[in-house]
Design a protein around this ligand. Structure first.
Ligand code: ADP
Ligand code: XUL
Length: 531
């Protein structure tokens, strides 16, 4: 009986899901997760990352991801030997934009890993840069401007690559490092994204990238789905030779390497090219046709869905990425997701139950009290300096602050995703906070849309397992049919639905305008009280 394995290496944790498909019988055979802070404390991360030393700099140790992958595989092999032995295919989903810098011996080491020894110590000298800047880094404003200038402006960059230059995108991150540490850059043989790094470890060879993750670099030409030479030149010397190839998202990168076969008894299962967590979530939320959107409430909040592939000009917000289904997806990302919700919960010493109570006992619209919850620098809208701003909101009123943070997140998401041109009537919710029905009620009311909570909160991980299944079917001569791949895993039957209240939805029409005015005022220099 074939089993398929998906991993999601997110900001704070690594999750694995094993699914089984036997004709019409489909199910989840295993689900396991662990948090980096708790299980690998020796790396010194907080919420999976390390901040500083300079303002805006946020990195993670790539060796931690490698060790996490090995520990997870060891756990799965121990707890589910039969399923692991029956593995047909595997795929990685990973946080987007983060970059891993391997030196020449590191790149060569991939194929000579010794199965008698653990992975991480064998990679000790593999990195030309010991840390990986991640999507939360906001330290590259100067590099964004330099790259945009060199290619003829942000609009030209956006038309080619799907995005204006963004601080967290890999191109600006590479440019900063190549400028600051030219010798170490010269000693870099290969620059991976997190997805291709982990896929390389699985196959024991340099792995390619898919157009979903590659589009998160400001370097990929959407029309050719290959690197755009002008952008590469504008970013760093001889960059193209250091980047993985971009291939179709259904490509089999290789078999599981002999390291995993010998050390943990894995079969030589097919490993599909990896992708970012958002493209992977597109599959895991079942968005294989246009017209629906999903909202992921994870460390970041994201709203995404399939789009026609063009991007209106003149916009600051949003991105176009390649979609795993072969077309394009639109996405808008908000940095202040669970960090902002956690901040408010902790500040008022609440449990999630208390947080939900506060939402239940406060009215939609919150008596016009507003909060801009920028606990960390914000991506959408662009805000370089973190700060929590309040309007008509008493800082001592815990319940009002809880409602304010959730309403703010939903209103800013609704306001900044008009550009996708999708009339939002139905939303699939995923990510850690989608487990909270009171939060989903605010989402339904603000968007005036039905919100479906999927049975899995980790759709990125499920999406990885489903991508593995899809690529395996195609590789063995089967039909390229996404609907049949997701059937039984992402079904309306397995969801909980939250309906908008018409009175509450009407309340937000006006409040969204006020929120925009408050947000605009603060983006251009806020005078309100900041925490
Ligand atoms: P990521 O994948 O980005 O690491 P997750 O999607 O796993 O993040 O979400 C983790 C977050 O989910 C936690 O930080 C927490 O804020 C949030 N979370 C978990 N349970 C609840 C709940 N009942 N209500 C609100 N938020 C929750
Ligand atoms: C998307 C983005 C985040 C990360 C982490 O552009 O930056 O969603 O992928 O989840």
């Amino acid at each position: 009986m074939p089993f398929y394995l998906g991993f999601d290496a997110s900001t704070q944790s690594l999750t694995a899901i094993l699914i089984e498909v036997d004709g019409g019988r489909r199910g989840v055979a295993a689900l396991d997760t662990f948090r980096y802070d708790e299980e690998l404390p020796q790396y010194g991360t907080r919420h999976g990352a390390i901040r500083g030393p300079e303002p805006g700099v946020v990195t993670s140790p790539p060796a931690m991801w490698a060790e996490a992958l090995e520990r997870m595989i060891a756990r799965l092999a121990r707890a589910h030997p039969r399923e692991v032995a029956g593995l047909a295919a595997v795929a990685i989903s990973a946080q987007q934009h983060g970059s891993v810098y391997l030196n020449a011996s590191g790149a060569a080491r991939l194929s000579t890993l010794d199965p008698r020894h653990p992975l991480a110590p064998q990679l000790e000298h593999a990195f030309a840069r010991p840390v990986a800047p991640i999507w939360m880094d906001s330290s590259t404003t100067a590099e964004c401007e330099a790259i945009a200038r060199a290619v003829g402006g942000h609009e030209i960059l956006a038309a080619r690559t799907g995005s204006r230059a963004f601080e967290r995108f890999t191109g600006p991150q590479i440019r900063k490092w190549a400028t600051e540490a030219p010798a170490a850059y010269a000693a870099t043989a290969r620059i991976d994204l997190v997805s291709s790094f982990l896929t390389s470890l699985l196959i024991g060879a340099p792995a390619p990238l898919d157009p979903g993750d590659a589009a998160g670099t400001n370097l990929m030409d959407l029309s050719t789905r290959g690197w755009w030479p002008e952008a590469a030149q504008a970013t760093a010397v001889d960059l193209a030779t250091r980047l993985p190839a971009v291939v179709d998202a259904r490509t089999i990168a290789g078999p599981v390497s002999s390291y995993w076969q010998r050390r943990y008894g894995l079969p030589p299962a097919r490993v599909v090219v990896g992708t970012g967590d958002n493209p992977s979530s597109l599959i895991g939320t079942g968005l294989v046709t246009e017209g629906h959107v999903a909202v992921s409430l994870g460390t970041s909040n994201t709203l995404f869905g399939l789009v026609a592939g063009t991007r209106p000009t003149g916009l600051r917000d949003g991105h176009i990425f390649g979609a795993p289904t072969g077309g394009f997806m639109g996405l808008t990302c908000f940095a202040n997701g669970s960090l902002a919700r956690d901040h408010v919960r902790d500040r008022y010493r609440l449990t999630w139950e208390g947080f939900s109570d506060a939402l239940r006992h406060t009215p939609p619209g919150n008596h016009d009290a507003l909060m801009l919850p920028w606990v960390v620098p914000e991506i959408t809208p662009h805000v370089a300096l973190a700060g929590v701003h309040r309007l008509n909101l008493d800082e001592r009123d815990a319940a009002a602050n809880v409602r304010a943070v959730v309403e703010a997140q939903m209103m800013t998401m609704a306001n900044h995703t008009d550009w996708m041109g999708v009339s939002i009537r139905e939303i699939s919710a995923t990510g850690g906070a989608s487990a909270n029905p009171e939060i989903l009620q605010v989402m339904a009311d603000v968007f005036g849309a039905t919100v479906s909570r999927l049975s899995t909160t980790n759709s990125a991980c499920l999406g990885a397992a489903l991508r593995a299944r899809h690529a395996d079917v195609v590789a063995t001569g089967g039909a390229d049919d996404w609907r049949s791949v997701i059937a039984g895993f992402v079904e309306p039957a397995g969801t909980v639905q939250v309906q908008p209240s018409p009175a509450a939805a009407a309340r937000y029409v006006d409040l969204r305008r006020r929120y925009t005015a408050f947000e605009d005022a603060c983006v251009s220099g806020c005078s309100a009280d900041a925490e």
